[in-house]
Design a protein around this ligand. Structure first.
Ligand code: DUC
Ligand code: ZN
Ligand code: ZN
Length: 480
């Protein structure tokens, strides 16, 4: 029997197994794994690893901005960066502006994403928990396949107070969606920011001072307690340190459906990067803020323990120069007025492979789990995405585990004019990317037609079903 494509002679790695085998593809899906397979086309994977295509479930691409327009990272450039780095599926965001609904922006996101070359879905951000959004629009959006909501417990003008957060949790419970949460204490950040600015401490490094670890820990604790009250599964986004992971671990130990995500920046950046001269520190500003090297070491421990089981990029599309990015309020803006976020669509897999696998902190199967299998499972993309087995989409990355590279912004292929990882040496590199059976990247050259990405509608799935454990047995979400 012949196949459309056979990837020959590689070492196939999944979240559980590592085997020498050929992988055969037919009609864009994996059709067989074995030896001596024959296909119309062949891709030689001798000496290479064959990994599932990366699944990045937290990245901001072409996100609409309140004043009009969108992030500089477009679907075209963002997809190119993903495929260059071995990522074949993303979950990005559809946002809501206060005073408005969620249906219109979601339609606009879908229109824009029609240019994607990676497969994609959305998390629906809720910033205004109006009755109409809660009772009519969220059920409609979830039924259309957008089965995750995102909330911010801080950030003007996005943040929700506790009452609004509870209402979103309840709406998600009724609709059958997971909620992802940005956990930092809004009032504490505002209070510290006011004090820092009054004291004349305005440089980028004071961004970290404005939001110390305990304000992330407090918000995480609160987010979990309220989710427990509603009996609603949640994922804590971008956990920056072990103290916050401990809140997630405590919830998991009690049997709650609480998961934790972290990002490459928390393994290789520190608050010290924001202390570079001039405005340079703005390149490293993201929230939560990067911590210390000691925190990085402890974060690896939480990955090994499985407390944190997803590593996504939180890619944010702000250029350093120009008038729309980090310098939108001037090259001497105080830290409060500098947009947060760092780019990382391409760099995610090389950094985690290098810092994790090449440096002996995690094994290959853990790498695959945290970058592909677990995000696919948690966000309802499994068993289509996230592994290499018959029936899965033929999304794979051929990976040279020994290739050493010094990262530069040219490697990134995003639209952003810098990478915070400039000069970082990595061992391990994507050599080719296969998306639904098509070779869409080879030796850094991305070739995929605009619009060849597919929307990933996500139906109901067991993992995010509420446990049915409620205080007093009373399901308040049925009524409010
Ligand atoms: N933090 C976020 O929560 N989102 C985008 C960028 C950032 O730093
Ligand atoms: Zn966030
Ligand atoms: Zn984000």
């Amino acid at each position: 029997m012949t196949f459309d494509l056979v990837i020959r002679g590689g070492t196939v790695v999944t979240g559980t197994d590592t085997v020498r085998a050929d992988v055969a593809v037919r009609d864009g899906r994996i059709a067989a794994i074995g030896t001596g397979l024959e296909g119309t086309r062949k891709l030689d994977a001798g000496g290479l690893l064959v990994l599932p295509g990366g699944v990045d479930t937290h990245c901001h691409i072409e996100q609409l901005q309140e004043g009009g327009g969108a992030d500089e990272e477009s679907w075209s450039s963002g997809s190119t960066a993903c495929l260059a780095g071995g990522t074949t599926s993303v979950v990005t965001f559809s946002t809501q502006f206060k005073g408005h609904g969620i249906l219109e922006p979601l339609a606009e996101y879908r229109r824009r994403a029609a240019k994607a070359m990676v497969d994609y879905s959305f998390h629906q951000i809720i910033t205004d928990a109006s009755d109409e959004v809660i009772w009519q629009e969220i059920p409609e959006v979830v039924a259309s396949g957008v089965r995750s909501l995102k909330v911010f417990l801080t950030y003007d003008p996005l943040h929700l107070d506790d009452r609004a957060y509870i209402r979103v949790l309840a709406a998600a419970r009724r609709a059958g969606a997971i909620v992802t949460v940005h956990c930092e204490n809004y009032e504490a950040i505002n209070w510290r920011t006011e004090a820092l600015l009054k004291a004349g401490r305005t440089a980028p490094m004071y961004h970290a001072w404005s939001r110390p670890k305990m304000i992330e820990r407090e918000a995480t604790h609160r987010a979990i307690a309220l989710a427990e009250m509603v009996d609603q599964p949640i994922q804590i986004f971008h956990v920056s340190c072990a103290e916050v992971a401990a809140e997630v671990a405590a919830a998991q130990a009690r049997g709650l459906k609480v998961w934790g995500e972290t990002c490459p920046q928390y393994f290789v950046l520190t608050a010290g990067h924001m202390d570079r001269p001039g405005f340079e520190g703005a390149k490293f500003m993201c929230s939560p803020a990067p911590r210390t090297e000691a925190d990085q070491a402890l974060l690896w421990q939480e990955i090994r323990r499985g407390t944190l089981d997803v590593v996504s990029s939180d890619h944010s599309g702000w250029c350093f120069d120009g008038t729309r990015g980090k310098k939108v309020n001037g090259a001497d803006a105080n830290f409060r007025d500098i947009p947060n976020g760092v780019p990382g669509l391409m760099a995610r897999l090389p950094i985690i492979f290098s810092e994790g696998v090449s440096k002996g902190r995690i094994d290959l199967n853990t790498f695959v789990r945290i970058t592909a299998t677990n995000p696919a499972k948690l966000f309802g993309l499994y068993p289509r995405k996230g592994s290499i087995a018959p029936g899965f989409d033929a999304d794979m990355v051929l990976w040279d585990p020994n290739k050493r590279t010094t990262l530069t912004n040219d490697h990134m292929q995003h639209v952003i004019d810098y990478t915070p990882y400039e000069g970082l040496e990595v061992t391990g590199w994507p050599v080719a990317t296969v998306r639904r059976g098509e070779v869409v990247m080879r030796d850094g050259k991305v070739q995929a037609p605009e619009g060849s990405g597919q929307f990933l509608a996500r139906g109901p799935y067991d993992m995010i079903r509420p446990r049915g454990v409620l205080p007093d047995g009373f399901d308040a979400a049925e009524f409010a």
